[in-house]
Design a protein around this ligand. Structure first.
Ligand SMILES: [Zn+2]
Length: 347
């Protein structure tokens, strides 16, 4: 069995794991990114430290090799061919940062014996050759993880949506991630669902993210509570602390009308966006992940499917809509798949 290391860089944490070619994670490490402590070179050193800890922790027979390939997922606009972070909302001030080069410089400083020597005649140890060639946008990486080892197994044309603080997207066409002409393809969260609607963080009005992003779901709920509609959520809101999407989902599951309406509306907006996406790309399947997707079948997925079947032409309407399978592991698994795939010669 072959193993690679997948690294999922986030604004808060760096998650890294040793992943087999069939997608099993044999050990994992989570380190705080500590982005407030230092700049890009500091973060690169944190990534190298996460790699070091993975190798130290890994089962010996899973790291018994002289060469370890590494893949990296990072948030923001990533130039995959050159390993550059063009811009990232999670890392204010970063502009055209050659992160892959920075991480490789830090990896070169590591001194980790690989334990390959089996005979007295051999040197006591060699150091691993650590090879990082590939970085991609974190949602693209998650999409790749789901394609290879999650809900997308068996499909060649997929789209993925991640419903978290923001709404991310990834597109796979004919088995390959689609980056577009300048690496910005797949921004499915900025599909317009309401031309004169709520303002989005991107500056536009009526993007899907302005309805289905976590903060926006909470804002819409609190606005509805403000209209005086009866709900068990009023009390939580009056305490001064903001509601959470989980509280809203729990209220909806308990039969609270207002909370149910919020999720039905969220599902409807996602369904409107997916109708456009289905018409443009005709994917076989849409995979939806992230914290908000935990609201589940009845609250969220059924309204999404109802909207697609109501609006789409008959063939695009056949697109399957399913929950992501890999959860929080999708970033690590997908980044490791990037590493595996970067070892194959280009066609
Ligand atoms: Zn937007």
């Amino acid at each position: 069995m072959k193993y690679s290391i997948g690294v999922d860089l986030g604004g808060t944490d760096i998650k890294a794991g040793l992943v087999s070619s069939i997608g099993d994670i044999s050990c994992r490490v989570v380190l705080p990114t500590d982005v407030e402590v230092g700049g890009p070179k500091f973060v690169a050193a944190r990534i190298a430290e996460a790699v070091r800890q993975v190798l130290v922790k890994a089962p010996e027979n899973h790291r018994d090799t002289s060469e370890i390939w590494i893949g990296l997922g990072a948030p923001g606009l990533i130039i995959a061919e050159t390993g550059v972070v063009h811009f990232s909302p999670n890392f204010p001030g970063w502009s055209d940062i050659p992160l892959v080069d920075y991480v490789n410089a830090e990896l070169a400083k590591l001194d980790i014996p690989n334990g390959v020597a089996k005979h007295r005649s051999q040197p006591a140890h060699k150091n691993y050759k650590l090879i990082l060639k590939c970085m991609d946008n974190d949602v693209n990486v998650m999409t790749l993880g789901e394609l290879r080892h999650g809900a997308g197994v068996g499909y060649k044309s997929i789209v993925a949506l991640t419903l978290g603080t923001g709404v991310g997207g990834g597109v796979v066409i004919d088995g390959h991630l689609y980056h577009g002409s300048q690496n910005t393809a797949g921004e499915l969260g900025h599909t317009i669902v309401e031309p004169n609607g709520r303002y989005c963080g991107c500056g536009n009005q009526g993007c899907l993210e302005a309805y289905a992003g976590a903060k926006n779901i909470v804002e819409r709920t609190e606005a509805k509570i403000g209209t005086g509609q009866r709900t068990i959520l009023v009390k939580a809101s009056k305490d001064g602390e903001s509601l959470t999407p989980r509280q809203i989902a729990e209220a909806a599951q308990a039969g609270d009308q207002l909370a149910m309406e919020i999720f039905a509306e969220t599902g409807r907006y996602i369904g409107i966006a997916l109708t456009s996406i289905a018409h443009i790309l005709n994917p076989q399947i849409a995979i939806i992940g992230g914290g908000i997707a935990e609201a589940g079948e009845t609250l969220l997925f059924e309204p999404i499917r109802a909207e697609l079947s109501k609006r789409a032409m008959d063939i695009p309407a056949q697109m399957k809509i399913v929950k992501a399978h890999l959860g929080n592991d999708a970033g690590i698994v997908g980044a490791a798949m990037l590493a595996f795939e970067s070892q194959k010669p280009a066609l």
